[in-house]
Ligand binder design. Sequence first.
Ligand code: NAI
Ligand code: MG
Length: 335
Amino acid sequence: MTQTITVIRGDGIGPEIMAATLHVLDAMKLDLAYEEADAGMVAQEKHGELLPQATLDSIARNRIALKAPLTTPVGEGFTSINVTLRKTFDLYANVRPAKSFPNTKSRFPAGIDLITIRENTEGLYIGEGQTVSEDGEIATSTSRITHKGAERVVRYAFEMARKIGRKKVTIVHKANILKSTSGLFLKTARVIAAQYPDIECNEMIVDNTCMQLVMRPEQFDIIVTTNLFGDIISDLCAGLVGGLGLAPGANIGDNAAIFEAVHGSAPDIAGKGIANPCALLLAAGQMLDHLGMPEQAARLRNAIVETLEAKDNLTPDLGGSGSTTSFAEAITRRL
Ligand code: NAI
Ligand code: MG
């Protein structure tokens, strides 16, 4: 049966890396149909709004979206479109794998294969209670953790560990200082962890986690944590494996899922045809896993690894002199 997905080409390098990604997916003959929808600056120009209702309707209908980066204009009055999408569809688990690939500019040439699962709807990112006193001296903002929110993301982490054969989940927190919020997250996580005796579980305070990630990343398998910590840790992990051009992410909810690169619209290289399409391609791989096509996901990842091994048409961020399209073509030849 044909699977229809919503495709958002996005801003900056978005249209270039999406074209490359769809070219590779088309070559795989997966029986996917694309429903194009606008968001970001393109949507603002075409429809007068950053996130048109038609786009939300398309995602609600198809429940799966592949999304290129979107530019959020800097300035008051613009909420991040990404945050709005995560909230609208209650995409509570942000799954960000970091894996060593050959021929990347990374300090750890091999051995890293970890997944950060970040709570995606709560914590400091709710954006509530943001005030600055009239004299500009005092700023506050509200952080909120709920038992339900903590429970579902931690359960997701343990279920994922079971499903894909991972051995260990590390709960990352700061409950020693943030007693109420991080405290509730940790307390809830311990109860869930006890229900999965087959999966090893440990707890680690977030600052020590950062040091451990840099010193001995191989000790981690799956990390589950709150929104802000997960945002920071997943970028650290992207850095460990050679940069943003190789870092994909999935935003998962019970009723919808959006797959995207971790990186943004890269305005500095937009239109030059040199953006690395791998992050979005790897996100498409996560999408295929999610759609119950693990063999096809593995086929796609293997073709990427073989292309990196052969240093065939790699883009400049990986030290090559290939283009977005020639790199994608080299991957297509290895499918
Ligand atoms: P960025 O991720 O766009 O760029 C950071 C650096 O990485 C730049 O030097 C860029 O050239 C490089 N880079 C990123 N992706 C690359 C790729 N595929 N190949 C080669 N080099 C790549 O971050 P920045 O500049 O902070 O943000 C630009 C815009 O993107 C902002 O408007 C921001 O709001 C938006 N953004 C959107 C995201 C999303 O849609 N999920 C996520 C992060 C940022
Ligand atoms: Mg981030």
